[in-house]
Design a protein. Sequence first.
Length: 343
Amino acid sequence: MALILAQHLAEGICFGYRMPDSFDLDSLAKVKLYDLNVKGGPFGLRTLRLMQAFKNKTKFIRDYDVAIFQGFFTPLAVHHHTRGPNIYYCNAPPRFAYDQFEFHMSLLPIWKRLLSRAYMPHLRKVYEEAVNNMDVVVANSRNIKMRIRRYLNVETVIVHPPCDTRSFKWLGQEDFYLSTARHDPLKRVDVIIEAFKLLPEKKLVVCSGGGEGKNLRALAAGAPNITFTGWIDEQTYHDLIGKALATIYIPTDEDFGLSPVESMASGKPVIGVQEGGLLETIIPGETGVLLDPDPTPVAVAEAVLDLTAERALDMRPRCEERAKAFDTDVFVKKMKEIVLSVV
């Protein structure tokens, strides 16, 4: 998203750090790059360094008429930009500091938990002060609009994240369902795996990776119908999603969830869940299935059995049409309108 904003709206882009193989910056040949080059370190150190870097090393934004902020810590630079409008595109207030605070605390050893609890009030304070200095705050979904209102007491406009729909293609129907979520406890990939252990005649491909990968592979041990790809490149992902019968994505209160849109852009329906951003993208019965919140493996298994190859194929035209509502061109148009409304 930051690359798209820079490519279509900006003369410069600033980022905290960049992994060498993360993104191709060739499309930004005419855009000035500001790399704050924030290093990692022991527990919490990168967070502190990012906060300090955006707060203290971003005076160059004074040279620009409009500033768009995107990311958790970028708003801390807002005090440097007083010559023109400031726009914050918020994918979500930092979840480790707000709605998922207790969950993240539960994952830490006691000493890290104590440090985090002691520091979190300061982090919230500086973040909230920065957000309140914005001229416009953009939420990526109705779900995030409500979360920002609840935790930050700020009103927002909604612009859904961009999907390059033209890069996704329907490539046929091979005999497998695809899990697209990162391997994280809140993504509930374990529930999907348990469902396919109940369905030995159905094949599941689990793509992506993450901290829960080892546990998920152990959970799937002895189930030959379940395979893992690990982290994959973009082309492999496009091929998998283009060939699957359908995708399965059932995270806990997802901010927005781009992979269901990518699935629909590929003409593939989604087995999702009735919470979070998925309520704004998937149309039940037309572009997929929405299960009750906190779905059981049995509920997922029943949805898989119901979403046959024939039914999935019937949904293809509506899926492709639905995805167009979230196309990159739509995103860029709406963001340009917001910029023009404040200059």
